[in-house]
Design a protein around this ligand. Sequence first.
Ligand SMILES: Nc1ncnc2c1ncn2[C@@H]1O[C@H](COP(=O)(O)OP(=O)(O)OP(=O)(O)O)[C@@H](O)[C@H]1O
Length: 194
Amino acid sequence: MSARLAFDRVACLRGERLLFEGMSFALAPGGAALLTGPNGAGKSSLMRIAAGLLPASAGTVERGGGLAFAGEAAALDARLPLAQALGYWARLNGADGGDVDAALDAMGIANLAPVPVRMLSTGQRKRAALARVIAGKAGIWLLDEPGNGLDTAATARLAAAIAAHRAGGGIVMVATHQPIDLPDASAIALGSQP
Ligand SMILES: Nc1ncnc2c1ncn2[C@@H]1O[C@H](COP(=O)(O)OP(=O)(O)OP(=O)(O)O)[C@@H](O)[C@H]1O
């Protein structure tokens, strides 16, 4: 896996407000970045720029190795049983049913495979969103507040999944207010905004 994520002098202007500028970093295979900052500082905006969902106001972004983004919404079809909803994404990403089963196992929700997504609890839905990322096999994982709603066991499962991803040459960028176990991560602290 030749994952790579690099920002070169990236700026983000939203409305009239300059959230950040001159942002440069490069993550190589196995690399991690931990993005912190108060509400409104621009963490989600930076993640969206990294994902290619929001254009940078200046600078360049380089990505390699495919990308999976887990934001606030689970991005799973609410009407479908969980395994099928995940299967839809897995097929798009060149993964298969075995990858979905492994991802469900990794997040401890194999027993929920036949349950429609709309019936899942908040934490179960969050686990499912992370299972979608795990099943997808992308080189770059962008996780916006991945710990929100997770209990202690699920938080440990997430940390283990991230460690395995990095050990296989994957890259992860995590934006969070919560403490998370991310050894040797580059720290990116965004400033406060009025
Ligand atoms: N579409 C938009 N147009 C203009 N400004 C926006 C838009 N979306 C977000 N913003 C502003 O950009 C700023 C940064 O928002 P962002 O969601 O990136 O912050 P954040 O650090 O993720 O915050 P939080 O910790 O609350 O999730 C906020 O002031 C927000 O109001």
